[in-house]
Ligand binder design. Sequence first.
Ligand code: NDP
Length: 451
Amino acid sequence: MADKFDYDLFVVGAGSGGVRAARMAANTGARVGIAEDRDLGGTCVNVGCVPKKLFVYASKFPDIFEIGNSFGWSCDSVNFDWPALRNNKNTEIKRLNTIYADLLNSSGADLFYERAVLKGPNTVALGGKSYTAKYILLAVGGWPYIPEFPGSDYALSSNEMFFLERLPESAVVVGGGYIALEFAGILNGLGVSTHLIYRGQRLLKSFDSEMTEKVELGMRAKGINIHLNTEVDRIKFVRGSHDVLLSDGSRLSTDLVLYATGRRANTDNLGLHKTAVERRPDGSIIVDKNFRTHEPSIFALGDVIDRVQLTPVAIQEAIVLVDYLFGNAAQLINYKNIPTAVFSQPEFASVGMTEEEAKETSSGVSIFISDFKPMFQSLSGGDDRITMKLVVDRASDVVLGCHMVGEHAAEIIQGMAIAVTAGVTKQQFDSTIGIHPSAAEEFVTMRTSAR
Ligand code: NDP
């Protein structure tokens, strides 16, 4: 390898993508350095997927206690201790940080707990020293974006939500995407009076509209106050409470305001001006199909390139990039049929095309839908429902899209994603034997198309 450089690869940012790239490259025998100035594991481990899912689990217990009564359990006197949840979560995240450090160290990569700044196409500076590298990988992720408006300084981002000193009694959550819906569910489940404010007409607007309507209905049924076509005009802090003025003229008095209005690439103060790396107006780095920036020695992947802001995608991008730089093959990443889940309550997961997308590309589609009450609710009379939907190309019988709202949607759709990726037909769904009694079996028993 190129001995005139200190490293073959220097990775800036030890999140999901950066760590995977560093470990895999080191495993090929490349000399690898990696720098991180916050906690190892990036957004996902520290202020994203992992702590969020732990909070989602915590927020579901009130429903479970209620249903438990119908199964003969006495769950009438229960208490919730926010500091216990937050501190236990912190302990678990520290454990994961240590695992990440161990994985990097055992791969042979040099780990620097420092902020790295680019000094040129092949040079990074950190901790008062400079290092050269044949290739530099920017995997610095994103950061919550909060628009500026009167009182926007009072708004919290998801980053702070994971470390709250105390649980609020009331909260206003702004946004209609993943984070807004997930936190609205968490707060509501933990007993916080929750309002969700969204400027558009339909939550999760890029997903299948029929399914997102079910998500909205389910959230409303759980007690979340949803305000569509509404914006926040200003926030004031009056007598210990936030006074939130909405665009319809109404006002909400609340303990906490959370803005979940997207995440932007973390590319300021990175020294990019010392290189030919180019950014879009939103700060995200422009790369080609091999993740190469306009500076030939510098690559970027993950949230910072703002293609698909999902951990498993960043990891797959890292695998493909390391193969391109240090392996034999130059495979390209396939962004088609990426399964995804929103851990809202009810949960939503999907893979493949929405009905709207399929109708644009296909000469004819058949839609299969099943909507039912899960067996878990049968004794309690609870009103949770499950909805499943298949979008099928009529000419080829290929299943183009598979969507689910309800309990365990993420777990079930992950399996469906394998089939959809493999090009499964509806006939193959029909000839698959179900597991009884399960919710998932409904996916293989939908015989009559709804339209
Ligand atoms: P999203 O892009 O999902 O949603 C952002 C929301 O904020 C949209 O509803 C958008 O509205 C709204 N918005 C944007 N700007 C403004 C504004 N100025 N005023 C009012 N509303 C505004 O971003 P998130 O922050 O929820 O999450 C960031 C990304 O992180 C996600 O896209 C996802 O890729 C990833 N993520 C994945 C999770 C998972 O896999 N379960 C969980 C959490 C995050 P509009 O639709 O009108 O533009």
